[in-house]
Write a protein that binds this ligand. Structure first.
Ligand SMILES: NC(=O)c1ccc[n+]([C@@H]2O[C@H](COP(=O)([O-])OP(=O)(O)OC[C@H]3O[C@@H](n4cnc5c(N)ncnc54)[C@H](O)[C@@H]3O)[C@@H](O)[C@H]2O)c1
Length: 365
């Protein structure tokens, strides 16, 4: 087995690619990014210059021919995740795929099977498994701090995505539930010890952004697990004022609240404004809540360190393709629930190709 720092390639060059590049720089003992690939001329080169990445490519398939690259992270639009995963695995390299894993269950199966067959890891980039504040909540829960837990709630909300492809369900595969709910579903499942899902109920709507998308911009989802606990997942693409990310845990013997931004922010008033407050905040004048060490507080460098250590066999994989597949199953059931206006009992056999079609197809009738 090779030793030393894991050599990483990144596919994509914008929002999440920047976070991956910055995160790997924070864990230099485990990994180094040696290449980046992105189809828009100039973009991969710009990211490479910014982070001192030696090689850049327009076509990711060319990057996959580089023999020294061991692990490739995917930060491209959701509908491209499956093909990219297959190409990376077939090139004999380990895969780290951003959330959501893909846009159909058939794709999830093919991704998992191909990676198994090729003997490469399929890491599911769910950073909430590594977010320090949320990890602390889980450690306390596992130590029995709250007794038997009956409700776990995860909310992620902002005013809407930063890139145009998210609004197009053909490329994103869904709306706020798909984009942000995938975090909450994965979180509740992980937090509750991966207890199997018993039922899913969802209420979805497009309240603010119907001019831009067929997808949902408000999503409320209730997940019942076999261990009798309930997961509540709240998401929005229509919440003003910057990013909101919060967890609540209720047990028979205790409770904890973890607000990712407010607890780590500096309540600030400025007449003049300044550089940056927090993701999706529209302004820095007046009252704002600037965060610090944002990537670290999200758990991004810790997540990338984990995947690199898995490649070296130092840790077992904690965020897997199977986790991403479970999230896909819940997404189909949640969109179907909203479409049928009823609770869905698991296992649910998808009736439509993609999760969002379970809702859109029934809405149209
Ligand atoms: N974990 C998180 O919290 C988080 C946050 C943001 C985005 N994401 C995920 O990361 C992925 C990318 O989102 P983003 O916000 O960076 O989007 P973005 O629009 O900022 O960037 C998308 C990138 O994909 C590249 N791309 C498009 N087509 C390509 C192709 N054929 N080959 C190679 N690259 C291609 C684009 O050039 C661009 O660099 C999505 O799956 C998204 O869900 C995760």
């Amino acid at each position: 087995m090779p030793s030393g720092r894991v050599k990483v390639g990144i596919i994509g060059s914008r929002f999440e690619a920047d976070i991956h590049a910055a995160s790997f720089q924070m864990v230099p003992e485990e990994a180094e990014v040696v290449a980046v690939a992105s189809p828009t001329p100039g973009n991969a080169e710009r990211l490479a210059k910014e982070y001192g990445i030696p090689r850049f490519f327009l076509d990711y398939r060319e990057m996959l021919k580089e023999p020294d690259i061991e692990m490739v992270t995917i930060t491209a639009p959701n509908a491209l995740h499956a093909q990219m995963t297959l190409d990376i695995a077939n090139a004999g390299k380990h895969v780290v795929c951003e959330k959501p894993l893909c846009v159909t269950l058939a794709e999830a199966d093919e991704m998992i099977d191909t990676c198994k067959r090729k003997g490469v890891l399929l890491g599911y980039a769910e950073e909430l498994f590594f977010t320090p504040k949320y990890v602390k909540a889980k450690e306390m829960a596992d130590q029995g701090a709250f007794g038997k837990i009956h409700v776990v709630k995860q909310s992620e909300k902002h005013s809407g995505p930063h890139s145009e492809w998210f609004w197009d369900v053909e490329r994103s595969g869904g709306g706020a539930l798909m984009d942000l709910g995938c975090h909450g579903i994965a979180f509740c499942y992980w937090f509750l010890g991966r207890s199997p899902l018993k039922s899913v109920y969802a209420q979805l709507g497009t309240y603010v952004h119907a001019d831009k998308t067929k997808g949902d911009d408000e999503a409320l989802c209730i997940l019942e697990f076999e261990n009798e606990a309930v997961g509540v997942v709240e998401n929005s693409w229509a919440k003003r004022g910057g990013m909101f990310d919060r967890v609540e845990v209720y047990g028979e013997g205790g409770v904890t609240y973890a607000d990712l931004h407010m607890g780590n922010a500096l309540p600030t008033y400025s007449e003049y404004g300044f550089g940056y407050a927090v993701e999706k905040a529209p302004t820095t004048t007046g009252w704002s809540y600037p965060v610090f060490e944002e990537h670290w507080n999200y758990g991004m460098p810790q997540e990338m360190r984990h995947f690199a250590r898995c490649v070296r066999g130092k840790e077992p994989l904690q965020a897997t393709g199977e986790d991403g597949r479970l999230v896909m199953q819940a997404l189909y059931a949640a969109y179907a629930s909203a479409g049928m206006e009823q609770k869905i009992h698991m296992p649910y056999k998808p009736q439509a190709k993609r999760p969002i079609d379970e809702w859109l197809g029934r809405k149209a009738k």
